[in-house]
Design a protein around this ligand. Structure first.
Ligand SMILES: Nc1ncnc2c1ncn2[C@@H]1O[C@H](COP(=O)(O)OP(=O)(O)OP(=O)(O)O)[C@@H](O)[C@H]1O
Ligand SMILES: [Mg+2]
Length: 406
């Protein structure tokens, strides 16, 4: 059972967990679960007992589905404004000129890049490999097997506040689970829903969740920047509850059933008011509250891109939206008209044979975690064109790394 990996997305409204087995390029999904999350607000743990109970419940459901107890190690998707991304470079010199670069050299170059001063109370949680340079030659995706004297790693260091990390680890510990690694949510979601073509051309991934909207901008295959906005579907529900004077549960129902950004759509729903009276709410009433919030999210995206000198009109791939709030009726069309760029809904295609399409939107981060781990494992293997005769030799070198995630 040791090769089963579990990825968990700690969302503000739900916990999505996925168990999968990685076999070379393939991931076989073995189990999945979605449970409401307790004790998580804006991506932070605010109630450790509540959070660990929901984590335990998500794991219990997966184990029931698979019919066996799982290894107690998990990889967790996290992210809010605590995420800090710092570019860095590290260089190593090969011992002799004709020596082929191996995985240990790559690791040494990455380790060298990690030695940079970070603000206090920060811990490196993840590394994004951008490219390598061998003797000054750029754009090398994987240098393993190449010959050269100087190897440089160009990476992005992702760091996080260490007390928040401790809280997250403690919540898992209370559920008898050990956190083996973290993946930033926006990177995971991008992995799950963006195509490599889009990442090369230029695209922005937008995950609109409950408390947060997260953004990741890609160009030339690499992530350029990420961003977080403290606004998501929960605020929309609260606006509706306050504005229409109805209970939160009723507001949630109203949002999901008659909430729409389409101007020509008009439906009516009967709900119970705060005064316990039956009242009728129409789609246009709901839109009065919905639309300004959606516009706020879209303006945040526009501003973030402008700050990066990468305005919307220069993004050929446009926006790819995911997360629960992207399911708002008419969202895709509205966003595309408002920003005047192409917008599509992105979901993890890998999951479609297991889940109904609507549910798949809630698993973008969880599947992205498994995909990232798979990629990282493959990058340490023979993904890059390696001369065939060297393969066996290289396999031996990689052996110790095989255990990295297992
Ligand atoms: N059909 C729907 N129409 C509109 N909103 C929806 C729909 N389904 C879910 N939502 C909203 O999506 C939000 C939850 O989305 P999601 O599960 O992606 O968030 P999360 O990952 O828990 O939170 P976060 O990423 O902000 O920490 C809730 O606010 C919910 O009301
Ligand atoms: Mg989320």
């Amino acid at each position: 059972m040791s090769e089963i990996l579990v990825g968990i997305d700690l969302g503000s409204t739900k916990i999505a967990a996925l168990a999968g087995r990685i076999e070379g390029e393939r991931i076989e999904i073995l189990g999945f679960s979605l449970v409401p999350s307790q004790g998580i607000k804006y991506g932070n743990i605010v109630d450790i007992v509540g959070a660990s109970n929901s984590i335990a419940e998500a794991m219990k459901r997966i184990e029931k589905m698979i019919g066996t107890k799982l290894e107690q190690k998990v990889i967790v998707g996290i992210g809010n404004e605590q995420i800090m991304i710092t570019p860095s470079k590290g260089m190593v010199i090969m011992k002799n000129r004709d020596q082929e670069i191996n995985s240990q050299d790559v690791e040494r170059a990455i380790e060298a890049a990690k030695i940079i001063p970070l603000p206090p109370n920060r811990e490196i949680i993840y590394i994004i490999k951008r490219e390598f340079h061998v003797d000054g030659q750029n754009n090398i995706e994987n240098p393993i097997g190449l010959v050269g004297t100087r190897l440089e790693a160009d990476i992005l260091l992702v760091s996080y506040d260490n007390s928040q990390l401790k809280n997250i680890k403690n919540a898992f510990e209370r559920a008898n689970l050990e956190v083996e690694g973290f993946v930033p949510k926006e990177i995971a979601a991008s992995e799950a829903v963006l195509s490599s073509q889009e990442k090369k051309l230029g695209v922005a991934l937008v995950d609109i969740g409950g408390d947060l909207t997260t953004l990741a901008i890609y160009q030339d295959g690499y992530v350029l920047s990420t961003g977080v906005l403290r606004l998501g579907g929960e605020k929309i529900t609260r606006d509706l509850a306050v504005g229409l004077r109805i209970k939160t549960e009723e507001a949630e129902k109203v949002k999901k059933t008659i909430g729409t950004l389409k101007k020509d759509k008009e439906e009516v729903l009967e709900v119970i008011s705060l005064q316990e009276k039956k009242i009728k709410i129409s789609s246009s009433q709901v839109r009065e509250f919905l639309q300004p919030r959606v516009e706020e999210i879209l303006e945040f995206i526009e501003k973030k891109l402008r700050d990066l000198n990468y305005p919307l009109e220069l993004i050929p791939g446009g926006l790819v939206v995911t997360g629960g709030t992207s399911l708002l009726d008419g969202f895709v069309e509205f966003a595309s008209d408002y920003l005047k760029i192409p917008v599509r809904r992105g979901f993890p295609i890998e999951l479609l044979k297991y889940l109904p399409e609507k549910d798949a939107y809630f698993y973008s981060v969880a599947i992205g975690i498994l995909l990232r781990v798979k990629e990282d494992k493959l990058n340490l293997k023979e993904k890059h064109p390696v001369i065939k005769s060297l393969r066996e030799k290289i396999k031996k070198i990689f052996k110790p790394f095989k255990e990295m995630y297992i």
